[in-house]
Design a protein around this ligand. Sequence first.
Ligand code: PEP
Ligand code: MG
Length: 756
Amino acid sequence: MLDRLREIVQEVNSAKDLQSALDVIVSRVRAAMTTQVCSVYLLDTDISCHVLMASEGLRKESVGHVSLQLDEGLVGLVARNAEPVNLVDAQSHPNYHYLSETGEEQFSSFLGVPIIHHRKVLGVLVVQHQEKRSFDAGEEAFLITLSAQLAGVIAAAEATGAIQGTSPSGQRRSDTCFDGISGASGVAIGTAAVVFLQADLNLIPVRQADDIETEIADFNIALEAVREDIRQLSASVGHQLRPEERELFEVYLRMLDDDALGREVIELIRQGHWAQGALAEVAIDHVKSFEQMKDPYLRERAADIKDLCSRVLFYLQESEAATPREYPDNTILVGEELAPSMLMEVPREKLVGIISVKGSGNSHVAILARTMGIPTVMGAVDLPYRKLDGRLLIVDGYNGTVYSNPSEQLMVRYREVIKEEEQLVRGLEVLINLPCITPDDHRVRLWVNTGLMSDVVRSLDHGAEGIGLFRTEVPFLLSERFPSEDEQAAIYREQLQAFAPKKVTMRTLDVGGDKALPYFPIEEANPFLGWRGIRVTLDHPEIFIAQARAMLRASEGLNNLQIMLPMVSNLQEVHSAIQIIKRAFRELQEEGLEVMMPPIGVMIELPAAVYLTRALCQIVDFVSVGSNDLTQYLLAVDRNNPRVADLYSSFHPAVLYALQQVVDGAHAEGKQVSICGEMAGDPGAAILLMAMGFDILSMNASTLLRVKAVIRAMTLETAKSVLADVMQMTDAQSIRRCVDLALYNAGVDRLLRSSR
Ligand code: PEP
Ligand code: MG
């Protein structure tokens, strides 16, 4: 049974569209279960019906033409309860609804199972039999297992249809909505530009060729380059191989022949596809069919095809890299997993929105997008992003949704939202030069988080009073190798100089987790529990000392530097790091530089560090809470995983208790405590943090004025009473509601929509 299951799933997987996938399902399942009928009914939300989409055994003419209302028939019963229905005599069931067009009156027994994807019932898979017999437990289990495995494929095929503007039963569809998670607030309307990692055949987007003859010529050049590589390889190592192994080279060359793969690719290019897309499609098709072969020798050839085609792709991309990509005005950047460097490739004035299929609201790409103020949706897992290139999209970063095929009405509505947002931002500008002070005279310091030089300019424009977190890994992520000490010093100097005499807190390199440097790969099963932050730099003192020297050199004459250590879990790490910084300091003094020893602080990001706050404060000058990681580690919720994104909340009471403990611990030791996680930029959270006693809130420049507006509207006394109330509550949702109500009462709730 398992083998049969695997075969069916594989075959359905390689179907080219929804209809072919459904046709394969009904014919294979009917054969595997030796029943007389197998049918698939899919929910078409545009007409609110379950439509008979495919069938083996019912009258062919009825397929695509008959449908049942949502609650109608046994199909409706299965869908409503999201449970199987197994009947010996279907016609005697009160829910039985006779569909005369199908000819189903001859079939007595009925087994229907729901097709469920991400908790939504997409439709129902049904088998029927003439003879009055009950389907046994094994058959029921088989159909349930199969349906669970097929749900993802059906959802993906449906989504592709939706992107092209059709519902499952072929209705015209507009305003197709795909759910994700809010990454950065705001709304954008623009044209999708799909980007992808190089040399991965599975990620190449579907795109039209600009010039068919040029695409063919480029493809032929790439093909010839690979042939040449193989000939050279054969010549250099061929004599060490046995004749049958040498033959493999001949096989490869034949595969690349003009009559084989090459011909198919060129045919697709002639139909209008660009060369990379045509190559990927042909390759994926062949790989799938080889993988399904029974003969193990032939099955292994799938890997050869993948390898050969990836080589051709490499050459194609190399020639493409010579001509940089033109991005459309109002680009919405779309990718499976976006890297910071991909964001940087689009000219800033053209980039209006971002969509990432993977990742969540606290992934580092989302943080970067927020810093840049670009509306972003993360974790849009069902989006058939490869088919989106060039399409008009709406990104709703407030609700974490993406719309394709937008109707004129929807566009009008969203244009209004964009206009309102612009007015709100303009209204806040009057606050730039006003102090951040509550009506009862409590002063809160609002600092900013930066990574790029452009953030510095925006931050100063927004009236920031210091940098609470400079993520030094950002320039490392954008570079193609470790930046040298001199290069680093120049980057750090820019930040320090722009802010002087205001303080600039530079965090030492924080890579690992979801921040991989392309030139320093870290492969781990659990990267967030692995080699991250200070653990990496302490193991590589040569990297650490170069960075410490660069920071100190950059601060010469300015003396506004503070150094902060990430991911600290014990005191020994801090002692070792301080030793390295002191060594860098002594070296520079000996070299004649007039540098000052900067204050050193640690980030409180791990539960262990929360408990060690007082001990840590005895050996450092300040602490700063990294609430993004602290929330992740306290709640055991991966900040990148869209599946558990609704469990990730900094309003969880456990997070609030921990924060209060850190503030009290730091103040008991007479040390300053700040917070630089995303929470600080949430206007609702900011009032709780102020009430807890945080000295500094450090956030993205784009949220600074909203937070200032809220603090200027609420007394410390009120904030303290809200905090006292929420500290009695036991769940994040009630706490959020209580805070929202407080903002409403203070008359600043309209700022809420803009907060994440
Ligand atoms: C944090 O964890 O809250 C933090 C500020 O660091 P990062 O988001 O860069 O991990
Ligand atoms: Mg962190």
